[in-house]
Structures are given as structure tokens and as C-alpha cells.
Design a binder for this molecule. Structure first.
Ligand code: UDP
Length: 332
């Protein structure tokens, strides 16, 4: 297939581009490089530096490229920033997606896979989370992703869009061959921060609360390997029929606490990784993990990385080889 990947220079997008290229698809990345990295883009994919909200750019690309489908990753994703600057998030994530959808409609492109999130569930009524639980996000970031899901559902009904929303849990890890990995600025995610402690770049990891109603008191999340995420994107775009909206939870189905992540990282790195309990972070639900059985049943997909240590091993390999992330690559 000829595929457009928005945000294909970002963390999940770049791993997905590799998966698509390896499967024989022809890929064009559209990224404004506000957060993505050129070095993360597979050399067999082409890229365009631009914004999804630039309708003139989309109008020049679509007729020439003749895309069969779009994988839409481009978005702002910092929850805290979304609370401080909600309109920045609504403009980029929602308004930008609407421009992309209008271009797809007008150029007759009827297949889309969308990066959604378990944040659309907010604080779920129970775990594991199933797809038909109420979606009541508790922050602007989650609300922008839910708003786009609604635009996809309504577009499926109105003009025949085929759309698959993949609701990720916690994307983690790096490419198994060490080629690409995770590099956010500033970094706020647990696993890269823990590995920065192991590299001696930080003195300790802060545990955001140890008084949650969980077995060890720390928050439980479902860490899904980025290559497993890439695989389900490929399966979703290859199998997406026009005119249908589908949504899947994308997780391992296994919850892992903050303390369990830190303990596993100690084993993998051999570093003591000092941890300091600090106050809860606002807006953190105690437990989020997926029931991924719908994706297994309907798409034949399930996570291959099922042990947090193997996820951490891939991330550790990347962080050791690239202690400054992509900056070395950019600086030659
Ligand atoms: N967390 C933590 N210390 C940190 C960063 C994160 O204890 O320095 C916790 C956070 O409260 C959450 C889990 O680790 O329970 C995963 O957080 P992350 O930011 O990686 O992903 P999120 O679940 O927010 O998408």
C-alpha cells in the first residue's frame, strides 16, 4: 500500500514506519519536526517537513502520491501542558486532524489508523479496561483524542471513512536491533527517567505516590512494547474496510506497578537506581491496564513482549548507545 504517516518521526510513529517499510509498503512521512527526529525515519521512507493543518500542502501531496491510507500519529502529548494550554492542544490535535480528514474526504482516501489513548477512559469503573467502558477523559489531552474519535465515527457514517482508533496504554521500549528508541524533550515518562538514573544522568527516580489502593501502593500501568504497537498499526491499516469505525485497546493485559518497573530496571541495568517517594502527580488514576482480547479476536494480534524486563532490555540498549538521545545523530 501507499501510506502517509503523520508524525512518523516521533517515538511510536518511527517504529511503525520501519514495520510498514519492512512489510513492503511505500511510506511517506509528514512531520513538522517540532518533537520528532529526522534520524528516526527509516531510510527507505520518504519524508516531508510540514504541518497536518497545512491544507495547501496536503492538496499538493495527495494527488501526486495516490495514498491508499493514512496512519495519523502527529499530536501534542504532554498531559500537564494540555492542562496549562488547552487551546494549543485543541488547535493542533483536533483542528489539525479535521484539516487532515477534510483532505482525505476530498481526495477519496478512505482508510485511517489513529493513535488514540487509554486516557480517553479517564478513571475507569474497573480493570481490566474493555473498549465499551465509558470514555470520560480527565484532562484536555484525553479530551482532544476523544473528540477526534467522534470525528472519525461521524465521518464513517457520513462519507464512508474507514477508521481504526488504537487506544494505547503505556508505549515502552525501543527497536530490538537498537536502531531507534525513545527521546522526548523534556522527558517525563517513567522508563526513560529510570534509565537516565542508571546512566548517572539523574541522582534518583521520584515515585509519584506510594499510598494508592494497589498491592505496593504505587500506580499500576500496562507497558506495551513499541514494536508490538507498530505491528498492530500495520495489521489495522491492512485490514481496515471503508465505512467502518473500529476501536481497540492496545496493551499486554498485565499491570505493572511503578515499584515493579524500578525493580526490573535494577535487574536489567545492574544499577541500584535510588528511588525517593514524592507526592502524587495530579490526574494519575491508580490502575490502568487493558483487556486486549478484542484485538486478539478480531485482528489476530497480541503482545509478544510480555515481561517488563525484556521491554526494559530493549530500552536500556538504546539508552546506553544513545545517552543523549538523537542529539548525537543530529550533531553528526
Ligand atoms: N511516574 C513516577 N515517577 C516519574 C514519572 C512517572 O512515579 O518520574 C509514574 C506515574 O505517576 C505513572 C507511571 O509512573 O503512575 C507511568 O507514568 P508515565 O508518565 O510514564 O506515563 P503515563 O501513565 O502518565 O502515560
Amino acid at each position: 500500500m501507499r501510506l502517509l504517516v503523520t508524525g512518523g518521526a516521533g517515538y511510536v510513529g518511527s517504529h511503525c514506519v520501519r514495520e510498514l517499510v519492512r512489510a513492503g509498503h511505500e511510506v511517506v512521512v509528514l512531520d513538522d519536526f517540532s518533537a520528532g527526529h529526522r534520524a528516526a525515519i527509516d531510510s527507505n521512507a520518504r519524508w516531508v517537513d510540514g504541518d497536518i493543518a497545512d491544507r495547501a500542502l496536503l492538496d499538493s501531496l495527495f494527488p501526486v502520491e495516490g495514498f491508499d491510507g493514512v496512519l495519523h500519529f502527529a499530536a501534542f502529548l504532554d498531559v500537564g501542558e494540555s492542562v496549562r494550554e488547552p487551546l494549543k492542544y485543541f488547535r493542533n490535535n483536533v483542528a489539525g486532524s479535521v484539516v487532515l480528514l477534510e483532505a482525505m474526504r476530498d481526495h477519496g482516501v478512505r482508510r485511517l489508523v489513529f493513535s488514540s489513548t487509554c486516557a480517553t477512559y479517564g478513571v475507569p469503573p474497573g480493570v481490566p479496561i474493555v473498549e465499551d467502558m465509558p470514555q470520560v477523559p480527565i484532562n484536555p489531552y484525553g479530551r482532544t483524542k476523544l473528540a477526534i474519535e467522534w470525528a472519525l465515527r461521524d465521518s464513517a457514517a457520513a462519507w464512508g471513512l474507514g477508521a481504526c482508533a488504537l487506544r494505547y496504554f503505556n508505549a515502552a521500549g525501543a527497536a530490538s536491533d537498537g536502531a531507534i528508541g525513545e527521546d522526548h524533550h523534556p522527558e517525563s515518562h517513567l522508563i526513560p527517567l529510570v534509565l537516565q538514573v542508571a546512566l548517572g544522568q539523574r541522582p534518583h527516580i521520584g515515585i509519584f505516590g506510594d499510598d494508592y489502593p494497589t498491592p505496593d501502593g504505587t500506580c499500576i500501568r500496562d507497558y506495551i512494547h513499541v514494536e508490538d504497537l507498530a505491528a498492530i498499526h500495520r495489521i489495522a491499516i491492512e485490514s481496515q474496510p471503508p465505512g467502518l469505525f473500529r476501536a481497540y485497546n492496545v496493551g499486554t493485559g498485565v499491570g505493572c506497578s511503578v515499584r515493579e518497573v524500578i525493580d526490573a530496571a535494577r535487574q536489567v541495568t545492574g544499577h541500584p537506581i535510588p528511588a525517593v517517594v514524592s507526592p502524587r502527580r495530579e490526574g494519575d488514576p491508580p490502575q490502568l491496564f487493558a483487556d486486549p482480547s478484542k484485538a486478539k479476536r478480531e485482528l489476530g494480534w497480541q503482545a509478544k513482549f510480555r515481561d517488563i524486563r525484556t521491554v526494559l532490555q530493549t530500552a536500556w540498549r538504546w539508552h546506553q548507545a544513545h545517552p543523549r538521545g538523537y542529539r548525537e545523530a543530529a550533531e553528526g
